[in-house]
Design a binder for this molecule. Structure first.
Ligand SMILES: Nc1ncnc2c1ncn2[C@@H]1O[C@H](COP(=O)(O)OP(=O)(O)OP(=O)(O)O)[C@@H](O)[C@H]1O
Ligand SMILES: [Mg+2]
Length: 370
């Protein structure tokens, strides 16, 4: 079995405990408090919430992934999927179907999993008012059992037609479900702020915010060492500490690089600096073509700015070092390119420093330049 996992929600032996954050989430969720959890990509938001809610005795988890949602009907379908995951018992699914009667639901056997599930008719659910039907269904269940509703990638709701109406229908219902905790997870800071921090948004100040930071403490070092040991690799703590620091404590990136280190070594091998080059090449073999596409879609000027960022880092983007590396001495044009690269999702700013969204893309660029 693979010792490291990345790009998905992790649990069990792939999950390193985050006791104080888990405790905080559990306390608020158990008390019916709504939460908004924002953070940059791959920080472990989804895994943390799923793990924390599952740890509350008697609490059901209704997990609804809104990534790439396209319409109100799609929203209803995804809630129906979440309900099927919450409880597969026939009585629960039949009750859910009865509560969704106007959306013409069916209890079917899911073709992928072979398990019973609720399916709803997209045409019947196409009007934004169908959201009310779905929310009323959740409220009816929540009167009988404790449920925490998690809306993951919540900001994607802004992209559907009629999103304003959908948001206000949702908010209208949620505010009357005082005993039920809704947890909103989002990755794109600005868009999440638009929903929760904009005075004109129906969700303005409606949920308590929790931020998720890096994972770089000793318990994560021990966790990574234990995963290497389970995979019959020998690693030393200082090497792992350095690797975690180099990747800014981002657990998704760290697990990806460790997976690559595991892939390029054999049972009994030591894992150390000497394997890093092969590990990066392993990652580039999978991701290099995407990086080439990103580069092709940039202007020459943007490429140069990105190259300078890879070469000298993004702490001082108006320094002579940076301007020399980019070959552009016009500070406002540098800033414009940085903002565009940010909008494209390639870079972001953290505590005043510009950083690559993917450290592997940064390393790939660095190697291209020599
Ligand atoms: N507690 C943890 N212990 C170990 N690894 C973790 C932990 N949390 C996250 N990871 C690593 O990070 C990856 C991404 O986790 P997760 O999907 O929970 O993060 P996220 O912040 O929700 O990401 P995204 O922004 O892409 O939705 C996981 O696949 C795993 O490799
Ligand atoms: Mg997530």
């Amino acid at each position: 079995m693979e010792p490291f996992k990345f790009g998905c929600i992790v649990a069990d032996e792939h999950y390193c405990e985050r006791p104080s954050l888990e405790k905080e989430v559990r306390r608020y969720v158990a008390g019916g408090q709504n939460l908004v959890i924002q953070g940059e990509r791959r920080r472990g938001k989804s895994s943390l919430v799923v793990k924390s809610v599952r740890g509350i005795r008697g609490m059901g988890l209704l997990y609804v992934d809104l990534l790439g949602i396209t319409s109100a009907a799609d929203f209803c379908r995804r809630v129906a999927d979440g309900m099927s995951e919450l409880d597969r018992s026939r009585s629960f699914l039949q009750k859910t179907a009865a509560l969704l009667a106007s959306l013409r639901p069916l209890v079917v056997i899911d073709r992928d999993t072979g398990l019973p599930a609720i399916s709803i008719d997209s045409r019947s659910a196409s009007d934004p008012s169908s959201i009310l039907t779905v929310m009323n269904m959740i409220a009816a269940h929540a009167r009988e059992r404790r449920i925490c509703v998690v809306f993951d990638e919540f900001q994607d709701i802004l992209d559907i037609p009629d999103s304003k109406r959908v948001l206000s229908e949702l908010r209208g219902k949620i505010q009357f479900m005082a005993d039920t905790s809704f947890v909103f997870l989002g990755s794109v800071r600005n868009q999440m702020s638009e929903i929760f921090a904009h005075p004109k948004s129906p969700f303005f100040k409606s949920a308590l915010e929790i931020s998720i930071g890096e994972m770089s403490d000793e318990s994560f070092v021990k966790f990574i060492l234990a995963r290497f040991t389970a995979a019959k690799r020998v690693a030393d703590a200082d090497f792992v500490r350095k690797l975690i620091a180099d990747l800014d404590g981002v657990p998704g990136d760290i697990q990806e690089l460790c997976d690559a280190l595991w892939s390029v070594t054999e049972a009994g091998d030591c894992v150390n600096d000497a394997n890093l080059d092969a590990a990066y090449r392993h990652i580039f073999a999978h991701e290099g073509s995407s990086y080439e596409t990103y580069i092709r879609l940039l202007t020459r000027h943007q490429r140069k700015i990105l190259g300078a960022l890879a070469a000298v880092g993004g702490k001082h983007v108006s320094s002579n070092d940076f301007l020399d590396a980019s070959g552009c001495h016009n500070a406002s044009s540098v800033k414009k390119a940085l903002l565009r690269l940010d909008a494209l999702g390639h870079i972001y700013q953290l505590r005043g420093e510009w950083k690559f969204a993917s450290p592997f893309f940064c390393e790939w660029l660095r190697r291209k330049m020599v």
